[in-house]
Write a protein that binds this ligand. Sequence first.
Ligand code: SF4
Length: 297
Amino acid sequence: MNATAAQREADEVGAPVVELGVPLVGGSNHRSTAGTAGLDVSEADRVERFAQMRAGELGSLHSWELVTAVDGPGTRLTTFLSGCPLRCLYCHNPDTMEMRRGEPITADELLGRIRRYRPIFEVTGGGLTISGGEPLMQPAFVARVLRGAKELGIHTAIDTSGYLGAHCTDAMLDDLDLVLLDVKSGDEETYKRVTGRELAPTLDFGCRLAARGTEIWVRFVLVPGLTDDVENVERVAAYVASLSTVTRVEVLPFHQMGRDKWDALGMRYELDETPAPSPELVARVREQFRAQGLTTY
Ligand code: SF4
């Protein structure tokens, strides 16, 4: 099967696909040790690779890093997968948007790395966080890695926009201890302006998580002139307050740190003139969340 046919089949069944024959590109988060340097990438392997992806044996990885006090409790191995259906104007990892820019990695290989960090997770109360890009672009792979991590007794989280929440099966949710849910806006128009997509899937996914008792940390990126409208924030805060399993809200001030990556990729960056939010604005927005009884960071 050629790449076009593979993509067509993927579209028909809703399965993810990675074009593994293209040159690999890494961003500033890229780790040269990440991925599967030993795996050949050739046209001849394409059919088998596609079958492996559908089975969740193979994924497309951007990078990973060990972090503390972000992406979940304790020290986390945060794994950034490639591919995202959104096009957020403020994305600081635009090099994760295209799945074809990732490196192939097997679930077993990734689990082997996760296993090595288990002593650190045990000491710090940490674990695995699968981020991106959008992890739910590769649901079968994520499901397999989550299952393997739970078999190792490791705390698990995904960092997601929720836009592809329908890809997340109940079995995957059974293997998830925490979902970091990025709520990028409270009104449809702003969400579309920020991401290019619709808001409803994210709202639906959050409600589903709360209904089944899955812990949620919400993230909201505060961008002056884009997401900071009082009413927009009010809608986000009211929605988040309606989710009974939210234990933490992070208001993340916009910054320009991803800007060079947009330039390097030849992508148009629209927020050149946008400043970071003032301390007063951040305080106002945090207070809006607090007024709904939410704890913000
Ligand atoms: S959801 Fe995340 S990775 Fe995807 S475009 Fe938005 S900020 Fe970037």
